[in-house]
Design a protein. Structure first.
Length: 425
């Protein structure tokens, strides 16, 4: 049965809705104004900080057009700051950041939201982040992505561009630019809690115009991106010979260099006072002000560069994998879970973790059992201290190692088995 609405009541209702719309519009306008001011302030402060802290030298060959896709080689956690400085303190960048960074704390979640940063579930497919990138590009923002998905381990790109990167220019219908950093790994290596003052160089230039990208296949774009993003800080350092203050101390280097170049023992490299030494043989090494290693004790050869040392680790690992049944295992691993968006992980169990051609397995003392095929996740993520993480199905699975000396070996082995370690050969 229809009910008649009195004209006065209807007018009052319309007036109320109008006031609500006005208030809503005002709130949105205020938020947009706050976000814009907050971004400009953040860009100014970060640009000034990296200029002073890292002595950045920037070369912009081609200034990106509105809505462009900017792809960077991932040398260290400060790459975003180098780019902000290079692009003259503009606030048009829409960086893609990992969920690990977003979920660090409520403050990070709040700040990243106001800064317009796009959230991406690291090591997993994430269609929502792709939609956000498309929206940001359409609005004229620069979409900034580090497609290797992780920072450098040894001064080279940690991996090839993640699958699907070659499709992005077609979805965004825009040009592709590269931001190539040299000296970033030497300035803030992932094994070090802190940074070293030397020099950083960044070059921004166009890789493909929107028209060129439209004519190429996604695979062709992917290949060009992989080639364009490859870098080697050690080649750069041999040419430039830039001293880095404090690099001789070698704090944390043992986390990356787990293989003894003299006796071949794995997990036996330890850190002394300004030295690396093997606890199984007489090998020890020093480091000069440029970051190159020199043998102090022992009879064998000493790799002078971290990439050469890592190549020894990869060669030994590939040799082990010639045995189809080869398995990497670790006892006493603590298993934790962290649903997407949660700020803390929950302890679940403790037990044995294994990695083989059959996949990654965990068997807990309290009955929890896990199995992941090699291709169920994009890569293993390290906190560079004692924990590996993999993301799958909207859940983060964390594995805490009591002895973290071989954590990188797990990452390298998964990359080799998945066929993504080609850039470090």
């Amino acid at each position: 049965m229809w009910r008649r609405v009195r004209p006065a009541a209807a007018a009052s209702s319309l007036h109320s809705r109008g006031k609500e719309n006005e208030v809503s519009s005002l709130k949105k306008a205020l938020r947009r104004g706050f976000d814009r001011s907050f971004r400009h302030l953040a860009v100014f402060v970060i640009s000034l900080l990296v200029k002073i802290k890292f002595r950045v030298r920037a070369t912009v060959v081609d200034m990106p057009e509105p809505g462009a896709l900017i792809l960077g080689n991932h040398t260290c956690i400060w790459d975003f700051g180098f780019l902000l400085y290079a692009l003259k303190q503009r606030a048009d960048e829409r960086f893609v950041a990992t969920s690990v960074q977003f979920d660090k704390s409520r403050f990070f979640t709040w700040a990243f939201g106001h800064l317009g940063i796009i959230r991406k579930q690291q090591g997993a497919s994430d269609l929502q982040s792709v939609r956000e990138m498309m929206r940001a590009s359409k609005e004229g923002g620069w979409v900034v992505l580090y497609p290797a998905g992780m920072t450098s381990f040894d001064g080279r790109q940690a991996g090839n561009a993640l699958p699907g990167t070659g499709q992005l220019p077609k979805l965004l219908r825009t040009g592709v630019y590269t931001a190539i950093v040299n000296g970033g790994f030497l300035s803030a290596p992932r094994y070090l809690k802190g940074s070293l003052r030397g020099r950083v160089e960044i070059t921004v230039k166009r890789l493909l115009s929107a028209e060129e990208a439209a004519k190429l296949s996604a695979d062709e774009i992917q290949a060009r991106v992989n080639e364009a993003l490859r870098f080697n800080d050690w080649d750069w350092q041999e040419k430039n010979r830039v001293p880095f203050k404090g690099i001789q101390k070698m704090d944390g280097v043992w986390r990356q260099l787990y293989y003894c170049p003299e006796c071949g023992q794995e997990g036996a490299i330890k850190q002394g006072k300004g030295t690396l030494y093997c606890e199984k043989c007489h090998f020890s090494a020093l480091r000069d002000e440029y970051g190159f290693f020199h043998r102090e004790k022992g009879n064998g050869a000493c790799p002078s560069r971290m990439d050469e040392w890592t190549d020894m680790e990869l060669t030994a690992l590939r040799r082990s994998l010639e045995d189809p049944s080869y398995t990497l295992s670790q006892n006493g691993v603590r298993y934790m879970t962290q649903p997407e968006g949660a700020l803390q992980a929950t302890n679940v169990d403790s037990g044995e973790m294994r990695l083989s051609r059959g996949g990654l397995d965990f068997d807990g003392q309290n009955g929890h059992s896990l199995h992941f095929e090699i291709n169920d996740f994009q890569f293993l993520i390290s906190d560079d201290l004692n924990t590996l993480r993999l993301n799958a199905g909207g859940m983060s699975h964390l594995f805490y190692f009591e002895d973290p000396s071989l954590m990188n070996k797990w990452i390298f082995m998964h990359q080799i088995l998945k066929g993504e370690g080609a850039c470090r050969t």
